[in-house]
Design a protein around this ligand. Sequence first.
Ligand code: NAD
Length: 500
Amino acid sequence: MSEYADLPKRLIHNLDSYRGSDLEVKTPIDGSTLITLKVESSSEINLKVRGAQEAFRVWRDVPAPRRGELVRRFGDALRAAKEDLATLVTLECGKILEEGRGEVQEMIDICDYALGISRQLYGLTIASERPQHVMQENWLPLGPIGIISAFNFPVAVWAWNSALALVCGNSCIWKPSEKTPLTALACQSLFESVCSQMDGVPQGLSQVVIGTAAQGEQLVDDPRIPLISATGSTRMGRSIGPKIAGRFGRALLELGGNNAIIVTPSADLAVAIPSILFGSVGTAGQRCTSTRRVIVHSTLIDRVFRTLADAYRQIGESKIGNPMDPGTLVGPLIDEDAFANMQGALDRIRGEAVELIGGERVMSKSGGAYAKPALVRLSRQSNAIYSETFAPLTYLIPYETIEEALEIHNQVPQGLSSAIMTTDIREAEYFKRYSDCGIANVNIGTSGAEIGGAFGGEKETGGGRESGSDSWKAYMRRQTSTTYFGVERPALAQGIRFDL
Ligand code: NAD
């Protein structure tokens, strides 16, 4: 990857100050080492949290539209740096460059959205039961927001959180994945240069902590951080959730998925097949919203399997490879552990499979963990597929009635994204009502959400909501305030009399 050797240096102003011997950062493209960084010590993190507290005390008093102005300027800086940052995303996490660009576009979109929200941090005025009383609900800044992010969306998830947190008047402290710290440092450099050009922005408004789970845990345990927004595996959420609850902090958890598309007899396959394909093999199956299960009416399962198998063969022949190449559709898995996990999942299901194609290593792509996407046809749902495998691995399961399809659909412990392919409005509405996921799409796949909607899932996906709609409320505290403007002795609520 020598042709990209100068990219981190160009995007990260003080790159040399982060160098060390603790954390080897590799590109999944060929497994070569990009840089070795030092992990931050406990006392360094402690200082950063203190800095975030001090920045918060200044920033919360800056008018919200002015806070929005900073985020607007950051969005402009992202526009200018889009190609470079997208290339670094691809270099560090291995998604194809087109998707790297999409990820940076998502950051730009959320900056635009947050700018609008900065003028709409509305509370309510509520009718009081007492005369000459005014009851209001106010939304106030919360404090330093801890953001822990996963490798597969190394920059967009931070932007979803930070753009909203900042316009809401908070400071941020970000622990990126240990697999993708360079993209985080590049964002930090860009953000700092935008801050330096605007008056009234405090030092330490947004900071990065380089490290592994241990450094994430320090943030999780710190009572000075009122909200931890954490994106990653269910395993991580299960570990940090009780710790945050134990200190009465707030957790916004965005965890693993096990997403399904239901294909009904009335489905338009010209719409369904491309959606299944992108959901299953796009991003090498490494999206939280990737399609893991396709629940197909028994009359169609043969046809759907054959059509997908054909497409998988074409992809396997010429579309797997270097994610920087424009012709590539499937890049590498993040590392060898991910490849081993995929093989483990295939081994566990092999005995139950009616048919299984793909899954092999693509040998010609030495250095990286390149796998052929795998498609497994089952005769029924299996509890071997209840846990998430973060790889291009999709199961086809037959069903007879729409009720049975939903039962199969809802059986897994995760509840992130779901979809139905149908032209029958009754089936579509039935599905929307009974899908237990945070996202339920009709004639759109499970993968690829717009920033305008609230994003997140139920059950083991963690229950958090980020990005659009009223997700900004997660980054603020709600205060109910009642004012009496009369001159008589004020009435008590519930008509209580307390006369001397
Ligand atoms: P991961 O859980 O291994 O790591 C995620 C982050 O959590 C990293 O920064 C890691 O250092 C940190 N971490 C891990 N254990 C921790 C602990 N005990 N305390 C504090 N921090 C800890 O996940 P990953 O492999 O980077 O990402 C893939 C997973 O993320 C998949 O399960 C995927 O579905 C999920 N994901 C979910 C969403 C969503 O929005 N729901 C989005 C992207 C990824």
